[in-house]
Unconditional design. Sequence first.
Length: 339
Amino acid sequence: MIYYNCFLLQLPLFNVSIDLLKQIENNTVTTIETATGSGKSTLLPALLIAEGYDKVIVTQPRRLPCSMISQRVNSMVKEDLTGWAISGAEKNVRAKILYVTDGLLKERLLNDENLITQNTKLNKSVIFFIDEVHERSINIDLCLALFARLLKLNPDFKTKMKLIISSATLDSSVPDLYRNIPGCTLSVFNLTSISTRFPISVNRVAGENILDLVQQLYSKRVRNEQILCFVGSVQEVHENCALIKSITKGAIIAYPLVQSQSAIDQEKLIEQGTLFFSTTVAETSLTFPCLKYVIDTGVINMPVYNIELERTELKEIIAAESTTKQRLGRLGRTQPGEF
């Protein structure tokens, strides 16, 4: 039934899943470069369980996607197949698919010497799936390095575990970590050519005020079409929500999407709202049923260490190409979109 339910979703990755599953079966490490919306975070773990693997542990760079993707997969396959764990909270951790933050996996790799062997019960390997590697956080880089170290120091682990590394854009230095490990086979799978279910048009608008653009798009939207705007900081999210309400005298209401909200609160906002301002939190995991327009300011706030002041400060920087791809990938899932 898992295969059948996955087929019904008509996600792009399903069409190449036979070849991909063969590569995973035949190699210790598989890197997957793919655009968002292909089904890598939801469809692939379910297909791996259908193939007979004992356990699939999938990382996410943020806490909220762990629970949200877990719920989505259970709904998708119509089974209680997944669980999730973050620092301080967990649900159904004995499930065959477990979504965890990369920070939690890092801690377990450092402190639990039985992490790999305790999850391998039959003749199939346990799979560790490092997702969203393009974000290249400290936790992600440490997880990648720790797995490389484990495979070097424990040759028998090559028969007990498999590693999947997934990214919107894959830096060549990532697969290079595993190329020279004795007995470790590496496969590079490129899915960037997969198209979205619906067409997306890309328009570059320089110098236009974001609130003017929002009003233009809002006036041309039909039925329940939604608009998502990416800005650099939480402060900008709230400022723009307040400004659009003030400028239009309450005719247009915008909703904030930020990291501090619970999954339930965000789902409620998405169900009832048509206009949203968000930070990077809406780049992954959140599903918009009627998303038509995405406005990307092209900037993000990143923590940067100030050597002179000896402290970390938030700096506004130009978003990386991988971030732009993530934001573009919000579109084309339920209807044609404009970016």
